[in-house]
Design a protein around this ligand. Structure first.
Ligand code: ACO
Length: 318
């Protein structure tokens, strides 16, 4: 049995924060942000809008696009770094909002690699026969953990959610998956704060060594793309679309160059969405599908990397 992506969906909060808006608050400029990151704007959730609310909207759209209902779902995985609360899991809260219950629902924490980790996990459930219709969501309210006075980080991130419905199928969908982690690099991108005795011990904001992250990301993403292609027995030329984690246009361009892919074959949403961590790949995938660029039967390579460090990729025939 194989896993096939039967539908995609996404959601972005209504509020848009432009680079010019940010320049009113911190010492930065539209020119600096665009030149270094490719980001023009990001969406920001309303204060009362939880990660599970954004996830719900993305899942509803994905279910509709797959032609199934919540009653058909037998597995729910939410990739998120910004859960509604420490517990219960955002997946359990989302399951209740979907009006269904009983089947396994859990969160997956691999930061910006969360979606490829969750997709790989759901693929294993389907291949083993434990699931026939899985929903995989990436949803983030990063605005909660961004220090809006730190120009090194606040220009990079945004909120949103994306989802896919994975169905068991006799025909190939997901061709190969490959995951990695290297905990020795856990210090270069993190939120140091811990919840202790009803308070936060340390800062709960994102801290980042930008240039170390940049160097690590380019090397790791290029290598994992090759490993995943090799597993599937395919050459670089087989890729119709690269759907990368949307952290930074320069990281995306470097990966595409390594794969000998023209930027015409890369789905890029970082300019409009910013970095939405676990939500960025399913948001980009849905944008590629809805715009008619990604077509059934085409081969897509999704890849993500994030804090931990954790990274991986999923090669699929759409
Ligand atoms: N506006 C203006 N100046 C800024 C800003 C800003 N928003 N942010 C930092 N600077 C300044 C710094 O203070 C520093 O000034 P100084 O030299 O006087 O100390 C200078 O710019 C740093 O310049 P560079 O080191 O040349 O900046 P760089 O080209 O490395 O770009 C960036 C910084 C964009 C953060 C880059 O390192 C990067 O993209 N790293 C990857 C980070 C990333 O993508 N993180 C996302 C999370 S991880 C993931 O999703 C994979």
């Amino acid at each position: 049995m194989f896993s096939r992506i039967a539908g995609t969906g996404s959601y972005l909060p209504a509020k848009v924060l432009s680079n010019h808006d940010l320049a009113q608050r911190v010492d930065t400029s539209d020119e600096w942000i665009v030149a270094r990151t490719g980001i023009h704007q990001r969406h920001i959730a309303a204060p009362e809008e939880m990660t599970s609310d954004m996830a719900l909207k993305a899942v509803e759209a994905a279910l509709a696009s797959a032609g199934v209902t919540a009653e058909d779902v037998d597995l729910l995985i939410v990739a998120t770094t910004t859960p509604d609360s420490i517990f219960p899991s955002t997946a359990c809260i989302l399951q209740e909002k979907l009006g269904v219950h009983g089947f396994p629902a859990f969160d997956m924490q691999a930061v910006c690699a969360g979606f490829v980790y969750a997709l790989t996990t759901a693929d294993q459930f389907i291949k083993s026969g434990a699931s026939k219709c899985a929903v995989v969501v990436g949803a983030e309210k990063l605005s909660n953990i961004v220090n809006w006075d730190d120009r090194n980080t606040c220009v990079l991130f945004g909120d949103g959610a994306g989802a896919v419905v994975l169905k068991a199928d006799a025909e190939t969908g997901i061709l190969a998956t490959h995951l990695h982690a290297d905990g020795r690099y856990n210090g270069i991108l993190k939120t140091p704060g811990r919840a202790v005795a009803n308070a936060i011990d340390g800062e709960a904001y994102i801290h980042m060594d930008g240039s170390a992250v940049f160097k690590f990301a380019v090397k790791a993403l290029s290598a994992v793309a090759e490993e995943t292609l090799a597993k599937a027995g395919l050459a670089k030329e087989a890729i119709d679309w690269l759907v990368p984690h949307q952290a930074n246009i320069r990281i995306i361009e470097s990966t595409a160059k390594h794969l000998h892919l023209s930027m015409e074959k890369v789905i890029v949403t970082v300019g409009e969405h910013g970095n939405t961590s676990a939500a960025s790949i399913p948001l980009a995938l849905d944008a590629g599908v809805k715009s008619g660029r990604i077509q059934r039967g085409q081969t897509i390579l999704m890849e993500g990397i994030g804090g931990g460090f954790a990274w991986g990729s999923v090669l699929a025939r759409f």
